[in-house]
Design a protein around this ligand. Sequence first.
Ligand code: PEP
Ligand code: MN
Length: 279
Amino acid sequence: MTTTTTTSRPDQNRSEQLPARGFDVAGHAVGAGFTLIAGPCAVESRGQTLAVADAVAAEGAAMLRGGAYKPRSSPYSFQGLGREGLGILREAKQRTGLPIVTELLDVRDIEEVAGTADVVQVGARNMQNYPLLSELGRTDCAVLLKRGLSATLDELLMSAEYVLKEGNQDVILCERGIRTFEPSYRFTLDLMAVPVIKELSHLPVVIDPSHAAGRRDWVTPMSLAAAAAGADGIIVEIHPEPEQAICDGPQALRTDGFADYVRQLEAAAQLAGKEFAQV
Ligand code: PEP
Ligand code: MN
């Protein structure tokens, strides 16, 4: 089996980027153009999820995100609707045609989650859950692998290898902010990850500005910066009523401002020579 990434440090004298290997997710070529994935942090209810799905589809985003299994810092916080949430996501897909991105937290739920998801998200806290990654490598479901809170890029690439090694080549890497000494925002969004990963790997790289910022008004500028830096896409949280959101409300874009956000993002992606891909 050939491996597709490398542990070597980026060569300071080299500026080549490996051509991104686009792959198909439910008819959408990830890595070829710019892929916008949007949706709520968590599937909270049927009404909330379908309202977001309609907004996401109306603005031509490529995929719908939403967690049915949520990794929460406190075990007393809402943990997600589980199977009921997966059912709501299937309904949202049927209604809008949007492919679904949803998180797999526990390997015991792999059949359920892979049966609903077009892209299975591996959260930052599970980036080094090697049995989970290997198991996903034995499915034919695309994987969105988030960088761990304190993981190096080499560690992220080696985690991707756990999936690739088992035969599943459809891995999307996601930078979502890392822990640094800066306390002014939730995490530091490491946009250097975009050109550096592109030098080390052919895998598509998407940016999650929501979890890094932790605040809605910082999400748009960081999204535009990510697109201009050459990211292959964005995964962003939106909600019809962020004040009522069960989790991550302060960072969620409002559905009624989403059209304007998408127009700005489209222009920034074009700066980097990326066509905005639609379903
Ligand atoms: C999420 O996408 O809702 C999430 C929990 O992300 P992360 O794993 O990056 O914290
Ligand atoms: Mn979230």
